[in-house]
Ligand binder design. Structure first.
Ligand SMILES: [Zn+2]
Length: 117
């Protein structure tokens, strides 16, 4: 076991952020009346937005900017690497990327943010 100080896992933070953003997007694409019919508690949305802001504060600004930029082009902007493939575009990821496990990498083919699951 290492005694190194525990730092935030940025990829995990971004994945959580993406889940929230996808949920908010879905909520915002429906009208409030429709959502109430579905039994959705709209007060909860404000809470989720606050949670998103707290989460975003823990992501380094540079990375957050990258995430926001990539999010404009893709439904999923951060994707796991599975068997050396980007699961966004299925391009092969150079094996050297694996040695930078803690770094948040970008797929050279599609530009999505990658993480190692
Ligand atoms: Zn890709």
């Amino acid at each position: 076991m290492s005694n190194a100080p525990k730092t935030d896992d940025h990829a995990k933070l971004l994945v959580a952020l993406q889940d929230i953003d996808r949920m908010l997007k879905e909520v915002e694409s429906n009208s409030g009346a429709e959502l109430k019919e579905m039994g959705f508690n709209l007060d909860g949305v404000e809470e989720v937005k606050k949670a998103r802001a707290r989460l975003a504060e823990r992501v380094p600004p540079q990375l957050l900017n990258r995430y926001e930029r990539v999010s404009k082009s893709f439904d999923r902007s951060i994707v796991p690497v599975v068997q050396d493939l980007c699961t966004g575009c299925f391009a092969r990821i150079p094996t050297s990327f694996r040695y930078e496990k803690n770094a948040v990498m970008t797929c050279e083919s599609c530009g999505r943010i990658l993480y190692f699951a």
